[in-house]
Ligand binder design. Sequence first.
Ligand code: ATP
Ligand code: MG
Length: 357
Amino acid sequence: MGDYKIAVLPGDGIGIDVTAEAVKVLKAVAALDGGINFEFQEFPWGSQYYLAHGEMMPKDAIDTLAGFNSILLGAVGDPTVPDHVTLWGMLLPIRQRFQQYVNLRPSKLLPGIESPLRGKGVKDIDIVFVRENMEGEYSSVGGRMHQGTAAEVALQTGVFTRYGTERIIRYAFEVAQKRPKKHLTSVTKSNACCFSMVFWDEVFKEVGKDYPDVLTDQYLVDAMAASLILHPEKFDVVVASNMFGDILTDIGSAIMGSMGLGASANIEPTFKYPSMFEPIHGSAPDIMGMGIANPLAAIGSAKMLLEHHGEHNMAELVSKAIEQQVAEQKVLTPDLGGTAKTWEVGDDIVRRILASC
Ligand code: ATP
Ligand code: MG
């Protein structure tokens, strides 16, 4: 129960379309539950802002965002703007300045969805990926030497601190402990990365001593990629470093049946700073402006916003609305084999939520 100030950053491409639907759904939730109030403020930051102003967001953007309870983000990316500009100009500063060290990405196969793996004997996918979100391989430590010469060298250093590694692994154990299977898989590449990943394995073992009731196993990332395709039902909670988590969760949303279904949360667990909720997919320039982007990943991310703020009943309502809509197979966007427009999917979710009162 509460009043929440939400910063809305639709960003670029289909981010704009799908975020509008997520906001629509949160408004429906507030209309249904008199104890919840949202105050939304939208900011037009992203690639278009960069093309006009030379930066993805204004200098005081972080200070502005600090005044909000949570951030709802669409997607950033544009074919005319280098990817590292969109990432380092907006997404990574927000994640890092607000200590959003957990990237939570559930991957669940919903009834009615045609996963590429269905028919191959895979029926039950219900995985929560816990990805480290602030350090690891995505550090800015490194450089380039002898540029443009035959002796050129580029260095990109992974940074794994005990503080950062322990806290993400502990968070993952906490998530696993609350789930029925209580099973946590740690993913590394410690046969090849003999400093950082061996260290990760050690920390995983140490932290695991505090959670004797959680079943654990450890995979190398290459074997894990194959196992997610061959036996996804074997996994419950998966913890991985920044880059491995990023890659594995794209597999996670692909095996859910569409990139348009993968929701995510960038979480700062202490509420000192705002957390940020965004679909896993990007701005998808190939389908932008066509009104056919699937908004369910963005709506699922809004559901995670509700969960983060302890609004579990309302989060459950949104989940049910998504599940029923998908199972009925009537209002689906083309990525799921339907002909519905983005806004029709959002309207149908709103109708289901309002019908549940
Ligand atoms: P970016 O550079 O911003 O990450 P991208 O080109 O990598 O964009 P993604 O959004 O990551 O594109 O997704 C890859 C493809 O998956 C898209 O090109 C699009 O065809 C499809 N896709 C992604 N999201 C959706 C969605 N919400 N609905 C339907 N299709 C989607
Ligand atoms: Mg992408």
